[in-house]
Design a protein around this ligand. Sequence first.
Ligand code: N01
Length: 550
Amino acid sequence: MPDDAASPFLSDRGADFDVVIVGAGVAGLYAIHRLRKMGLRVRAYETGDGVGGTWFWNRYPGCRCDVESLEYSFSFDEDLQQEWEWPERYGTQPEILKYVEHVVERFDLMRDVQLNTRIAAAEFDEDALLWTLTTASGERVTAPVCIMAAGNLSTPRRPDYPGLDAFTGRCYHTGLWPKEGVDFTGLRVGVVGTGSSGVQSIPHIAAQAAELTVFQRTANFILPARNHLHDPEKVRRHKAVYAERRRAAYDTPFGIAGYPPPTKKALEAGAEERHAQYEAKWQEGGSISFLFSYTDLLQDSEANETAAEFVREKIRQTVKDPVTAERLCPDNHPIGTKRLILDTNYFETYNEPHVSLVDLRSTPIETITPRGIRTTDAEFDLDAIVFATGFDAMTGAMLAIDIRVKDGVTLEEQWTGGPRTYLGLMVAGVPNLFMVTGPQSPGVKSQMILSIEMHVDWIAECLERMRRNGQRRIVATAKAQENWVDHVREVAEATLYPQANSWYMGANIPGKPRVFMPYVGGVHTYKKVCDEVVAKGYEGFVLSGEKVGA
Ligand code: N01
């Protein structure tokens, strides 16, 4: 039974549901819970045959979250956060999936999820003020409100090398890992890609494979995770102030409390002091703490270079073969401008005799052959290829759905030059369709679950107000969107982020518009903006029962 006996939202229009949700990952699941508490009739549609999104699909060996487990979890229920036990500093994929499944059972969410259902199209009817979603198998469902919770890193991408289909060995993508797992024992394996997924899986694959060849296009900055079993006393202390820490997280740039912000610029410290600072952070493990060494690491190239060189020195000290070590040293982007990677034994893996590194910048892949991979100067016979080549990030999942307003705009047309949103929550000209952690919000640059909860709560409060006021339509204005898009760009341009060929820039997908997509002004700033928008009567949105131009 709903907790709230208020009348269902717009049920008089004969819609199948009040709100339809695309995706049953962490975002979709929380949306079900939150909206159901308001008495709304909701349903989430999920492509997979299980819930969990990212944590359902990314089952590759070594997969873990790089945000600490005590932070990377829901905050909406005090009993849940007090009772759940995270055994290690960073949650593994199986642990996180187990947690998500527990949440689903605990709050009885499954009854509002339809699995094995891909949403192919969504069309808004301006006269009826209804969204009609069409599934890949042709089923249609209507609701006045649609929430896109389809994920930022949920559209895996494999490069289109010639010959790929002719490869006679086994082929995998880290983001679509087989449920039953993969045994590489005795095999000659090639891994293409050295982002987080590659770096986490390579030591595990190396432990089984007879030979492992890693194909690297860009060397990345990688810091030690320093994972360990939790100290029960530390957990007790954390949980004693859990609610307070969660609140404090909203006042921080990355949405995680407990990291004292830096107070000094890097070049204000002498070389020895700087080295000691970086060394302390290196020993502590984790990325936020390291980036918080100095105030200007992401703004000033010279400052950034001091941290970058510290990490390169660590690589040279760890990897015994000097040629391999130099190849592993990142040299084409400032540290932190691509997502920092946390590792366990990644660099050490290259000291093993059966592991080798191919530099694709000097010898690119020409073709996949039936027997393996051919680069411009060698041929590698392989039994299996693992693509750790990432995702069509931030826009891939939304653009895979034909989203259109009847007789009006399509999302694809709106986003030809890159995504354009108001606050990462809505798109001008597309009424009653909300995004959870959409482009131009801080989502991917934050503790994702906090950002998900923030967005879902914002959407829920907005719908509550619409219901109270008898309003049926909400849309962002073109002007508000333009201002926000400009602001997001200006904030990014004041940093070093746009210098890297990252997925934040869409640079990993050939032909994708090169636009910096996340908002990097920080969760603390963004939350204030969203609160102010509400306080000013949903500034930048038009709320109405009538059809109005956006
Ligand atoms: O993907 P990526 P990912 N030929 O895009 C290379 C989150 N995540 O799955 O850098 C050759 O980062 C590409 O090279 P380049 C996290 O936010 C989190 O690893 O484009 N190589 C790169 O090396 C992360 O940032 C966790 O030159 C090609 C790699 O493939 C995000 O997901 C764990 C290529 C792709 O790296 C994505 O991570 C895993 C080509 N044609 C993921 N195309 C944790 O929480 C691409 N590459 C720890």
